[in-house]
Design a protein around this ligand. Sequence first.
Ligand SMILES: Cc1cc2nc3c(=O)[nH]c(=O)nc-3n(C[C@H](O)[C@H](O)[C@H](O)COP(=O)(O)OP(=O)(O)OC[C@H]3O[C@@H](n4cnc5c(N)ncnc54)[C@H](O)[C@@H]3O)c2cc1C
Length: 474
Amino acid sequence: MNNDARKALQEVFGERVSFDYDEALLYSHDLATLPDQVNLLLRTIPEAVVLPESREEIARLVRIAKAHRIPIVPRGAGSGGYGGAVPVNGGIVLDLSYMREIIEIDKENLLAKVQPGVVWKELDRELNKTGLSLRVYPTSAPSATVGGWVAQGGWGVGSLAYGSVVDNIESIEYVDGKGEIISVDSRDEIELVAECEGITGIITEVTLKIKPYESVTPIVAQFPSAEAMESAIREVIPETQPYTINFATPEFVALKQEAMNHWEIDDKYTAMFAFEGEDETKVERTGNIVKKYLGEVLDEEVSEFEWNERFYPMRLKRLGPSVVPGEAIIPVERISEFLNAVEKDLRGYTIGIEGWVTGENSASVLAFFLDDERDFRFGMSFGKSMMILSLARKFGGKPYSTGLWLSHEAENYFGKDRLRKIMDYKKRSDPAGILNPGKILPAKIPKFPIIKMSTMMKLSSPFMKIGGKLAGKR
Ligand SMILES: Cc1cc2nc3c(=O)[nH]c(=O)nc-3n(C[C@H](O)[C@H](O)[C@H](O)COP(=O)(O)OP(=O)(O)OC[C@H]3O[C@@H](n4cnc5c(N)ncnc54)[C@H](O)[C@@H]3O)c2cc1C
């Protein structure tokens, strides 16, 4: 970055811009631990970090960056694991954590307008004070930001009843790659920005659909097999329309309890069905379905404890000390086949899987391989993630997200038509290509500009699977 650009940034942001190397280092990764080999290929350390306080400052920043052709990488809490908030070619990281105002809660129309840096759990707490609540939220709600999840896209608690995060957006305001502030409220326009990881615009405001507050009644049940658990889930969905359903493998249950040193339930296939309000009939019908599949409903206290644990799927990381995650979306009707295949094909790995039912016939599955980044083979462990995706594919699965690592999967994720619309809009709205390069749309590898990141990942996928195996079982 040249001196003119530095000076311009200092004029706008004063003390809220940093060029300090040590600080920049903190912004060079997201949740995932990167193998050193990746750091060697990319320029993950930004040259500047800025903390804007308003949409106008962001618009000025974009104009400076455009004039000097400097990439901008927006960042919420950095809780994503797909490299979305990681620079590929240095540039400026835009940390949105200072923009955390809840602008308006509209009780009548059940809408909440917020700045992007608002943390999901804090927003829910504020809504609860006025008798309202979020419809959906990620299990990373204690730290993840509204802008981050809207930009990343995904499903979470409540998605079975209310859809994905994108389904819960009423309108979005963002700054495009030309520095213009734009507001949109039609589904088509929202989809050009939401889930697009900041490549088409920096989100500056979101209006979310919310709901009246209702207590949640959780029921935790354990089953003798993956088939029994899947059958119960499939019957409970149409019969009792739960708010959300979570499930876990025996190994996940065991690892999490071991990490907490808190043993309360058996290591069996476990499902948690949660309902809005206190509907005795739904509870009873769910109990009957559980029994029909030879399952056992655990007592209320245990169910309450497990419900409160929904925010902490990664407790098992303590046993790692690292975890390598692998994630996919699969049809609900193939959950047991997928879990049985993982058990058979990946026997010997220490791997816990939990999942959320995200729709009538779709579920997200998240596998955690315990690993150790201090081990010299850790560089190959990344391939373990690919083993999960390729197994999921055998059962009609698809990638959960794209980010940097899976940009070669963008077409599978978005579908041909939507991806084309996003690419067309990107060309028009960010002609200099400065907004979060390398995410969703393939990046060139800065140190080897003739190779694209997506090509490298595509070509290396089979090798990564082998790499996952070479990285070893533990
Ligand atoms: C314990 C745990 C549980 C999780 N549970 C879920 C879950 O239930 N469902 C789920 O889908 N994911 C989940 N995740 C993944 C992740 O937390 C979510 O995707 C999350 O919402 C990202 O929010 P963030 O603020 O951390 O965003 P970041 O990781 O900082 O950014 C995510 C992406 O959005 C972009 N971005 C950030 N802010 C903006 C902005 N204002 N404008 C434009 N682009 C922006 C970034 O560049 C990046 O591409 C979980 C992660 C963890 C660690």
